[in-house]
Design a protein around this ligand. Structure first.
Ligand SMILES: *Cc1c(COP(=O)(O)O)cnc(C)c1O
Length: 230
């Protein structure tokens, strides 16, 4: 069976996003779509880019470097790291990515702070908050998250753009929604406590982006919904 093309998948996705926005009273332009290109080659990635998406997410440093390092395309896109970042790979990540979305623990924060202290442009980061039972990563409590925010605000090389989470891997809408609500609430609590408005709420993947939009997502991370293969 022949799969439908990347172009038609993106068109379909866009229609769904528009419809959800209409239904829940949000503006389409509040929401960005990032294509999660892990496990997909540069030719497919170029197709996605030509269809109008210029933000990409990768979860392995080596794979990303190998794919993008010598590509002209690299200059025209925003590349985000969304995987588990080991400290010994942090240096490469800092030099190669435009944003680290999965800043999920203090030891990594400290490492990134040192590595970026001499950078001219601050590195964008999102703090990962743990909201779903079956994922491991992320800050576990609001208190820990607050500490991380406090630390981040003292790091000249790091710019806190927002929060990221993974909902549980389930088709149960209620548990997805609980997860997204928790991330939204965390953002509100940070705002109250630090008078800090964070523009980015990275939540929602192929199977749960509709709920994520309803709960305030500003950045969807879509893999199979764009590249196929689910
Ligand atoms: C793979 C991945 C995605 C995309 O998943 P799909 O279900 O294919 O849309 C989003 N976020 C993270 C962190 C991922 O690892």
């Amino acid at each position: 069976m022949k799969e439908i093309s990347i172009m038609s998948r993106i068109t379909l996705l866009e229609e769904k996003i528009l419809k959800i926005c209409e239904n829940c009273g949000r503006k389409r332009n509040e929401i960005k779509v990032m294509a999660v290109s892990k496990n997909h080659g540069i030719e497919e990635i170029k197709e996605v880019y030509n269809a109008g998406i210029s933000m990409f997410g990768e979860n392995r440093i080596q794979e990303a470097v190998k794919k993008f390092e010598y590509e002209e395309l690299r200059k025209n896109i925003d590349l985000h790291f969304i995987g588990n970042l080991q400290r010994n790979k942090a240096k490469k990540a800092v030099n190669f990515f435009d944003c680290i979305q999965t800043l999920d623990r203090d030891s990594l924060l400290d490492e990134l702070a040192v590595l970026t202290s001499i950078k001219e442009e601050p590195l964008m980061v999102l703090l990962e908050f743990h909201t779903g039972e079956d994922t491991k990563a992320g800050y576990r409590s609001l208190e820990d998250l607050f500490w991380a925010v406090e630390k981040l605000l003292l790091c000249p090389g790091l710019k806190l753009e927002g929060l990221m989470t993974m909902a549980p891997f389930t088709s149960c809408k209620d548990s997805q929604r609980r997860s997204f609500k928790a991330l939204y609430k965390a953002k509100e609590e940070v705002k109250k406590r630090f008078l800090l408005e964070m523009p980015c709420l990275s939540m929602g993947m192929t199977q749960d982006f509709e709920t994520a939009i309803e709960e305030g997502s500003t950045l969807l991370r879509i893999g199979s919904g764009i590249f196929g293969g689910d």
